[in-house]
Ligand binder design. Structure first.
Ligand code: PLP
Length: 429
């Protein structure tokens, strides 16, 4: 047996891993030379396609001069340039950039900053609120603000206490059957809770517009607008986890821009380096940062990760943002949306009884198979195998089949993904 312990993987199984040897654009190639279209952009990261020469070159160039240095008491140009670029790329809404290495850590940092923001002002606000469909990562703090799932179950005793509210879900709404008459009833309970408990609440954290890992559950912008208003009213920080939604996924650079709201803190990771190197950041506004500006060490944010601000990852992220703007990725996402609209209609017409909740936003397309299936049943595994045999990588979340391809995917590759879905065994009687 090989010593690699694979993530999210049943250990005793006959299934063999796909051994990947190389990648280019939207394609992964295994050691036997078979190609696969990466319809999920390798866990939603590879926004420009794999091995983009512009990013590869930026990393190689950086490696000629500086590999790594600590970021406490030291600084280097790539980390500086990237922070400036990120502030600019988020329309100068934020003031400071705190680096880390992955989405979970970016979320932990956001939570700790929110807590200390109030502590530094001697305000006793310590609660973090979350929604039931949330996913913020697999570290203990991130799991504490994550929704119920089989993944978290074994560790519940370690979580910090975080009040949870039923998540909005506009394609499977449990409050109102008539979309047109929706008055955001999904926020009613939360409103009452804020009214009663706001003195003890530091922040609310959520994924803007799409709850990704819990099954691409989408909700409308008005929910975020209402949350912003509520948070303003009660001096509660609004933390948006843009780890998945950031860098164009929803059709705008960031989901908060799509909803036209101003969050206090955002966490970013997945698309940050174009999916090439591990990297993450937490961005905060001046208001959030100000209480940390002090010569008193007890007011400093005493947190850091060894590889924080790594020059190679910074160089990759700078190149990725440059590409994003230079090659107009948002226009490509807009094209994807048009394709999704057409494909959604075909899917609906062909399998009216077998699929439900067909939806899309930006580069994300999703629907449910009309049968109950948890993440842990064989259905998603079967679809994965079935699509793989057709040269496409799909990795359903339970009964939710979804697409999050690189924005640069060619039309014929996208159409091959569509055909593969239409031919899936689960649609054949
Ligand atoms: C993937 C994800 C995370 C966790 O990021 P990692 O890099 O896997 O730690 C956090 N939040 C959201 C919304 C994510 O999609």
């Amino acid at each position: 047996m090989h010593p690699i312990w694979h993530p999210y993987t049943v250990q005793k199984s006959d299934l063999k891993e796909v051994h990947i040897a190389k990648a280019q654009s939207e394609f992964l190639y295994d050691i036997d030379g078979n190609s696969y279209i990466d319809a999920i952009a390798s866990w939603w990261t590879s926004i420009h396609g794999h091995n983009h020469p512009f990013i590869v070159e930026a990393i190689v160039n950086q490696l000629q001069s500086l590999d790594h240095t600590i970021l406490a008491g030291f600084v280097h140009t790539p980390a500086q340039r990237l922070a400036e670029k990120l502030i600019e790329f988020t329309d100068n809404h934020f003031y400071k950039v705190f680096y880390s290495d992955n989405g979970s850590c970016a979320v932990e940092v956001a939570i700790k900053i929110a807590i200390q923001h109030f502590k530094n002002q001697n305000i006793n606000k310590t609660k973090i609120i979350h929604f039931s469909s949330s996913y913020h990562g697999d570290t203990i703090g991130a799991m504490s603000v994550g929704g119920d799932s089989a993944f978290n179950e074994n560790f519940r005793t370690l979580f910090f206490d975080s009040p949870v509210f039923d998540a909005p879900d506009c394609y499977s709404c449990s409050w109102s059957s008539d979309k047109k008459r929706c008055k955001n009833e999904c926020l009613e309970k939360l409103k009452f809770y804020f009214q009663r408990e706001h003195n003890s609440i530091a922040a609310i954290i959520l994924e803007p517009l799409i709850f990704g890992a819990s099954g691409m559950k989408m909700y409308k912008e008005q929910v975020l607008l209402d949350l912003r208003t509520l948070c303003d009213k009660y001096n509660i920080l609004l933390i948006l986890d843009e780890v998945f939604t950031g860098f164009g996924r929803t059709g705008e650079k960031f989901a908060f821009m799509k909803a036209k709201i101003e969050p206090d803190i955002i966490a970013i990771a997945k698309g940050l380096t174009g999916g090439i190197l591990p990297f993450a950041a937490t961005l905060v506004t001046k208001k959030v940062y100000d209480p940390f500006y002090s010569d008193d060490v007890s007011k400093a944010f005493l947190h850091g990760h060894t590889m924080t601000g790594n020059p190679l990852a910074s160089a990759a992220a700078i190149a990725s943002i440059e590409l994003f703007e230079k090659e107009n990725r948002l226009a490509m996402v807009c094209e994807l949306e048009k394709e999704y609209r057409e494909f959604g209609q075909i899917l609906e017409k062909k399998f009216p009884e077998k699929v439900k909740n067909i939806r899309f936003l930006g580069s994300v397309f999703a629907f449910e198979l009309n049968q109950s299936a948890s993440y842990l049943t064989n259905l998603s595994r079967a679809i994965f195998q079935n699509s793989l045999e057709n040269g496409v990588i799909l990795r359903p979340l339970g009964s939710t089949i979804y697409l999050t391809p690189p924005y640069t995917i060619q039309k014929n590759s996208l159409h091959k993904i569509f055909e593969t879905i239409l031919k899936l065994n689960c649609f054949c009687d």
